[in-house]
Write a protein that binds this ligand. Structure first.
Ligand code: COI
Length: 358
């Protein structure tokens, strides 16, 4: 339940960018709504939240984040419901995950009321930015970074928490071809792989660039000890369907605890689809492909939603997967999730936070 107790100072934009925005041609992550929420952490406490026009940040070259990477973020989405209501998908879960990341990165946790009430106020103010076109949504990016001007290695004493939003269409346009990565490592057990922190993404860029040069849009990361078991795909968690069972690697300290991953597993159980959270090896997937029991492989993520994998590249070969239109289980799960997010189906797990605007 999101209350409405926080006092938030609001400075509105003088000139909105809304009328110059082409909502029919949204590129993921390239357009920002008019305002942002900003909250500073100083002297061991969070100061009063403010909503201000979306703007550049000014910082010293000695600012801690620029050197030691103490930064975390979230990615969530809001949709248009009937009567123009604003529907935010699983904001409490995102607030919890942000704080799990904060703890690991030695950053202060953000009180849930600041995160949730700040978000609601921001969305009410920028509600016209929530696209209503099919396949589009308002992507919400909460972030926090170390803001001390100091280049000694220690946790920063001050931090900035910001939420800004971006109207988006899909992250991937259609299916992806992925390459199994057996040389480089995204994250190891005991590291920060489970946290949504910039460093995990930085570590993925060079191997992903090498794969992109060969025509693969993403990697399938494998475990750091043996390069034998699948982990995740960097922008998404990964699921395989062998026969009629959906199998996904279990959460660990090196895998992001995806909220879409959790939603899909929960929905699958609701629908009576068999799911297994267990280690899944490269060999198992290759064998299933050879004997025709590998029916599907797909990624799950807030940005990626459900993205079908068209081919898995391993050891010089592409394992081709079935036509996405024929992947019955993942398509059924995708539709079920879309219906809940848009308020068209019963929300029995209370995932959607509805803001009535009418
Ligand atoms: C998300 O799915 O929200 C992410 O943060 C992944 C990123 C690739 C956009």
């Amino acid at each position: 339940m999101i209350s409405n107790k926080l006092k938030i100072e609001i400075e509105k934009v003088k000139n909105s960018k809304f009328s110059q925005t082409d909502f029919k041609n949204l590129e993921f992550g390239a357009t920002y709504s008019d305002h942002m929420l900003v909250v500073d952490y100083q002297n061991k406490q969070w100061t009063a939240p403010k909503i201000v026009p979306f703007q550049n940040l000014s910082m010293s070259p000695a600012t801690s984040i620029l050197h030691y990477g103490q930064s975390i973020f979230e990615g969530m989405k809001a949709y248009r419901g009937e009567k123009n209501d604003i529907l935010i998908f699983r904001p409490e879960a995102h607030s919890k995950r942000m704080n799990a990341s904060a703890k690991r990165l030695c950053m202060p946790e953000i009180p849930e009321e600041i995160f949730l009430e700040g978000l609601v106020e921001l969305l009410k103010l920028d509600q016209q930015w929530i696209p209503s076109l099919e396949g589009c949504s308002l992507y919400i990016r909460p972030m926090m970074y170390a803001s001390d001007e100091f280049i000694g290695v220690r946790p920063s004493n001050s931090y900035k928490f910001i939420i800004f939003t971006s109207p988006v269409s899909g992250y991937y346009k259609g299916t992806v071809k992925v390459k199994v990565e057996t040389e480089f490592v995204r994250a190891a057990e005991g590291g920060i792989g489970f946290a949504k922190s910039g460093g995990n993404y930085a570590a993925s860029l060079y191997p992903a660039k090498l794969a992109a040069e060969k025509g693969y849009q993403q990697l399938l990361w494998t475990d750091s000890n043996e390069h034998k078991y699948f982990e995740e795909s960097g922008t998404m968690n990964v699921m395989f369907q062998i026969n009629d069972t959906i199998i996904t690697p279990p959460l660990s300290s090196s895998i992001l605890a995806g909220i879409t991953r959790d939603s899909i597993l929960t929905l699958a159980k609701d629908m009576g689809i068999k799911v297994e959270e267990r280690r899944v090896s490269i060999d198992e997937v290759i064998t299933a492909h050879q004997n025709g029991t590998l029916k599907d492989a797909f990624g799950t993520g807030t940005a990626a939603t459900i993205t079908h994998i068209a081919a898995i590249h391993y050891n010089g070969k592409d394992l081709e997967l079935p036509d996405p239109a024929k992947r019955e289980l993942s398509n059924k799960l995708n539709k079920g999730l879309i219906d809940i997010k848009h308020g068209h189906a019963e929300d029995k797990h209370k995932w959607v936070h509805r803001i009535k605007v009418g």
